[in-house]
Design a protein around this ligand. Structure first.
Ligand code: GLU
Length: 314
């Protein structure tokens, strides 16, 4: 067992207690009604290393929905299904500096394709590229991919969270119809069907352990050190991690890169998937969000761990 792992293992309980109080500076997302009831003061972490050792603490076993974290994996699946050229004819590669659900640049900038696959407009475009004959088949394919990456066949989506989002998704519906008008979604696509797959994959329920397992595979370029199988082509994982670094933490991605310096993706249910390249996968949950939509206590915890263990890539 190396020194860094021993340092983490000895200190994670203390760092969790130090960071938990920051949750009071944020609040759980309420624009999706089913998310508002999350325990705002929860904080959990799971860190998984290539030899299968785990460090976990706090509410690491709590179930929460992936929300935007799912977008990393739908991007990978769309790349596997269609290849790079087809995917990047429908979505760009640049950060926006705008809110995750902004419609602004779709009209301001030519061509009217979304700036990147991690903002809502881009993720909806990516979802439309996932193979499958029906929305149910597409949802099943996304679930199968998530189960493979998480190493858990029981992973599923939460129907009531998906329905709750659908019932109030005025903004995402606007984005999706706008994308169809711009020719990003095919004129033959049913916008409602694309959206139903999108809401379902956002509502996939995980624990910190699942995220750590998924992150471990990303940390090793698509190779799963625990089963010794290459699950995703290395090039696609490289693309996904680059988007995580440049756009994964909404419009606080630059600050996160400076303070923490590793690829990560957050979701509005308070989860964060983080990757220490070549080493660990990390799952964090803390439902209280700051004004940018990131877990307040979760970011503190990742910053503490990164500084203490010198994880920054820069
Ligand atoms: N399902 C959420 C939405 O589309 C995901 C947002 C997020 O986690 O950033 O609004």
């Amino acid at each position: 067992m190396n020194e860094q792992w021993m340092n983490l293992s000895a200190n994670v309980p203390q760092w969790l207690s130090d960071c938990r109080p920051y949750a009071k500076d944020g609040k759980a997302a309420a624009y999706i009604p089913a998310l508002a009831a999350a325990p705002a003061d929860a904080l959990g972490v799971s860190i998984l290393s290539a030899d299968g050792s785990i460090i976990a603490g706090g509410e690491s076993g709590m179930l929460f929905t992936m929300q935007s974290i799912s977008k990393v994996f739908t991007l990978l699946l769309a790349l596997i299904d269609n290849g790079e050229e087809a995917v990047f004819s429908k979505v760009g590669m640049e950060p926006t500096g705008d809110d995750f659900n902004s419609i602004l640049k779709l009209e301001l900038v030519e061509p009217g394709i979304p700036f990147n696959p991690l903002i809502n407009a881009g993720a909806i475009a990516v979802t439309s590229l996932i193979g499958g004959a029906s929305p149910d088949e597409k949802t099943e394919r996304v679930l199968a991919f998530m189960r493979l990456m998480a190493g858990d066949d029981s992973l599923d989506y939460n129907r009531s969270v998906s329905e709750s989002e659908s019932a109030t998704a005025y903004r995402n519906r606007s984005l999706a119809y706008f994308l169809q008008e711009n020719g990003v979604l095919s004129p033959h696509a049913s916008v409602e069907e694309v959206l139903s797959v999108y809401f379902n994959h956002c509502a996939i329920e995980v624990t910190c352990h699942h995220l750590a397992r998924m992150g471990l595979i990303l940390a090793h370029g698509g190779f799963d050190p625990l089963t010794e199988r290459q699950l995703v082509p290395r090039r696609y994982v490289q693309i996904a991690k680059t988007f995580m670094l440049t756009c994964g933490m909404y419009n606080a991605s630059g600050e996160f890169a400076i303070r923490v310096g590793i690829p990560a993706k957050s979701g509005v249910a308070g989860g964060i998937l983080a990757v220490v390249p070549g080493r660990y996968g990390i799952g964090v949950v803390g439902p209280a969000l700051n004004s940018r939509g990131n877990s307040v206590a979760g970011i503190r915890l990742l910053e503490t761990m990164s500084v203490e263990c010198d994880w920054s890539m820069f």
